[in-house]
Design a binder for this molecule. Structure first.
Ligand SMILES: Nc1ncnc2c1ncn2[C@@H]1O[C@H](COP(=O)(O)OP(=O)(O)OP(=O)(O)O)[C@@H](O)[C@H]1O
Length: 369
């Protein structure tokens, strides 16, 4: 994660203001605005067709936005071709040159920038050291493993100190175990050299592991941008709540009471006290969605309802070592998942029995409308 000193010296690396891209009737990007800070690792996450690649291509200069403005380091990028943008790129297939050695591959962007051979080799070797492959300088890409090739590609993307490095599905070609290792390695290397990174992925875990902030895309729109923690604790839409981490989404009706506001469904009730600022956005008679994270729900004896509680029937009880997972069927047939480390009390509960669920008002998110 970015440390405080890092944030203080950081300025704005890139700014998107109302960027849209139309392909005939398709809005590949719809009025996207956000700022990227220097030294930040931002991941664009979203389902297929949500606009991640289009954003990456617009930043790289391969496509021009239909409207809006994109600036890098304060410079308007309208009409600036890719080769005139100081951007490094790493693709999922690495795109290393097979006829060049590892050292020559890394030095290639320096060569195209007119850097002399001795300086090129010195800087390429320094980068090879940073990615831990100094012993492989004379090898050819085909003599390297997938993970090693990826580190060479990363070194090539970083060697000329680009303003921004773009990573396009960087782990897609790696198996699951190597992917986990490389996520951590790429994160460390890019932070070590102070790179500003924009990465694209479908993989929620990868986004959570590597990013300072995550931008969540849906249908060409930026749904929400924030730190992994913010997105998990304060999702602003059902989509984001469901996309980041595991969530129970309970839909119910809003009712104003003497004490505050409740949202109620069949067999459950969530209550916010009058002093809670969230009450202001909730209007009696409207629908709302209550987001409950599985680890924030407590299993209690049935019939001990409070202001923030529900009741249902245990459908599955699964022991996972450090915790139990319970699947509880609610009155309307919907299911609630909970995870509990209170192994002793859950062990006594049986599938088919009624169980109470309780939570505290601070641990829920209420999405109105
Ligand atoms: N060159 C193009 N011509 C027409 N439509 C396009 C073009 N490029 C993208 N689109 C459309 O724009 C929308 C956004 O596409 P984009 O490739 O940015 O999505 P994505 O989030 O990167 O998806 P994926 O995860 O599948 O790569 C999609 O509906 C896509 O079909």
């Amino acid at each position: 994660m970015m440390n405080a000193a890092h944030q203080n010296i950081a300025g704005t690396a890139m700014k998107l203001e109302g960027v849209s891209k139309l392909y005939c009737a398709v809005k590949a990007l719809d009025n996207v605005s956000f700022e990227l800070r220097k030294g930040e690792f931002l991941t664009m996450l979203g389902p297929s067709g949500s606009g991640k690649t289009t954003s990456l291509r617009a930043i790289a200069g391969f496509i021009q936005p239909t409207s809006g403005r994109l600036s890098i380091d304060g410079r308007d990028m309208t009409g600036v071709p890719p080769q005139k943008r100081n951007i490094g790129m790493m693709f999922q297939d690495y795109a290393l040159f097979p006829h060049m050695t590892v050292l020559e591959n890394i030095g290639y962007p320096l060569e195209t920038r007119g850097i002399k051979r001795a300086e090129r080799e010195k800087r390429s070797l320094e980068m090879l050291e940073i990615v831990g492959l100094a012993h492989c300088a004379k090898r050819y890409p085909k003599e390297m493993s997938g993970g090693q090739q990826q580190r060479v590609a990363l070194a090539r993307a970083l060697v000329f100190k680009p303003d921004i490095v773009l990573l396009d599905e960087p782990m897609a070609a790696l198996d699951k175990k190597l992917r986990g290792q490389m996520q951590i390695e790429i994160m460390h290397i890019t932070r070590q050299v102070g790179a500003t990174v924009v990465s694209v992925t479908h993989d929620q875990e990868e986004a959570l592991v590597m990013s300072d902030r995550i931008a969540i895309f849906k249908d060409g729109r930026l749904e929400q941008i924030g730190t992994p923690h913010e997105l998990y604790l304060q999702p602003r839409s059902e989509f984001v709540a469901d996309f980041i981490g595991e969530a129970n989404l309970l839909r119910g009706a809003v009712r104003a009471t003497d004490n505050g506001v409740t949202v109620e469904g069949e067999g459950w009730k969530a209550s916010l006290p009058k002093c809670d600022p969230r009450c202001a956005a909730l209007k009696s008679g409207q629908g709302a969605c209550v987001v409950l994270r599985p680890e924030r729900i407590h299993a209690v004896p049935a019939g001990t309802a409070t202001d923030n509680a529900g009741e249902g029937v245990i459908e599955d009880k699964i022991y996972l070592g450090v915790e139990y997972r319970l699947v509880v069927r609610m009155g309307d047939g919907g299911k609630v998942n909970l995870r509990s480390r209170d192994v002793a009390s859950i062990a006594a509960m049986q599938a088919g029995e009624r169980v109470g669920l309780s939570w505290s008002a601070e641990d829920i998110v209420v999405i109105g409308g």
